[in-house]
Design a protein around this ligand. Structure first.
Ligand SMILES: [Zn+2]
Length: 368
């Protein structure tokens, strides 16, 4: 069996083992430790990483990992499952989006990898910031061991569970065929999870939002390993049905990867929208003016172009314009904003709409 050593955790065939990665030395005398669980099977097979809670108030993935990682699983597995229940302990401790010592979105701080520009003249780019000390270490283990990877998130308090299919970048024409093969595997992997699949934002926006530096975006685009983000519905609290359905979905992917026996099981614990066409994430609708918003649709609803999504009134409750915000697209309501007050151009929801953009894109040329 493959020997896997991650921080102080060492794999043992047929067993669960535990340990910690020393993530960041703190000035107050302790170390920010990143917890690791390894389940190694009795037979050889791939190494699959599960990570969760890079955003500290997104909790479902922690519970999914705790449910899934059992001695029984270690007896049944072909290969090794490595789980990191929290990538961001300081954020989990205070139920916050970000690490206590780094005010940037932690899901945009994984290494630039293939997208790295040459260091600027004064060398500023060469020094990792605080959370990047942690992401660089975790990434080095992905690089060393991972064959597959899922990163668990929760979109918002009013959202359905779904999975994200990232855009894939290639450097030049010679790489295009290999990129297509990787993308085809990726699509199969995400579909085997069994939830709604939404393609990520189109290539330009993907880079602008630094999604190639998200946890799974970096493993997929830079390490060229099939990897995806699973958004598991409501954040800040746990929904038992979503945990059960997500354990089932993750087991499905392990079956797809040849690491567990048995048929792929349909998720029945919550409704799974099934659009006829490939769908992408899209921030929509937006409001034209300030006001008070109340939704008249729910997460998961299918909607059609022109349908009212929410009521729009002034603070006295009087309708503004015709009193409604409507969708300009057919699609699925994936997540609704939780705020009631809006300003011009605010988006009030994320929808899944028909994806007309290519999933493969050429990488922009690097700066010299
Ligand atoms: Zn998240």
């Amino acid at each position: 069996m493959k020997d896997i050593k991650i921080g102080s955790a060492k794999s043992e065939s047929g067993k669960l083992t535990y340990g910690f990665i020393d993530g960041l030395e703190l000035p107050t005398g302790t170390i920010e430790k990143i917890p690791v669980i390894i389940a190694q099977g009795l037979e050889d097979g791939p190494t699959f990483f599960l990570t969760a809670n890079v955003h500290g108030f997104e909790l479902t993935g922690v519970a999914v990992i705790h449910e899934l990682m059992t001695e029984k699983l270690a007896q049944e597995l072909k290969g090794t499952l490595v789980a990191i229940p929290t990538l961001n302990p300081s954020a989990l401790r205070r139920y916050h989006h970000k690490a206590i010592y780094d005010d940037r979105d932690p899901n945009r701080l994984f290494p630039e990898g293939k997208f790295a520009e040459k260091a600027s003249e004064n060398g500023d780019n060469e020094y990792p910031t605080l959370f990047e000390h942690i992401t660089n270490k975790v990434y080095s283990y992905f690089e060393k061991y991972a064959d597959f990877h899922i990163d668990f998130h929760n979109h918002s308090q009013l959202s359905i569970p779904y999975s994200i299919l990232d855009r894939l970048f290639y450097e030049d024409e010679a790489q295009k065929e290999d990129a297509q093969k990787l993308l085809d595997r990726q699509k199969e992997m995400v579909e085997s999870f069994g939830m709604l699949v939404c393609a990520e934002f189109p290539a330009n926006k993907y880079l602008k939002k630094k999604l190639h530096r998200s946890v799974s975006g970096s493993t997929f685009n830079s390490l060229r390993i099939p990897a995806f983000t699973a958004e598991l519905g409501e954040n800040r609290f746990l929904v038992p049905e979503v945990i059960i359905g997500s354990v089932k979905g993750t087991s499905n992917v392990l079956k797809w990867a040849g690491m567990l026996e048995g048929p792929i099981e349909e998720i029945t614990e919550f409704p799974v929208p099934k659009p006829k066409e490939r769908t992408r994430r899209f921030d929509h609708p937006r409001v034209k003016r300030s006001g008070i918003v109340r939704f008249i649709v729910k997460p998961g609803d299918h909607v059609t172009k022109g349908q009212p999504i929410a009521k729009l009134t002034d603070i006295l409750g009087r309708p503004l314009d015709d009193g409604y915000i409507r969708t300009e697209y057919d699609g699925v309501m994936v997540a609704l904003q939780t705020k009631m007050t809006v300003y011009p151009n605010d988006t009030i929801a994320e929808m899944g709409i028909k994806d007309d953009y290519p999933l493969l894109a050429q990488m922009p040329s690097k700066k010299v």
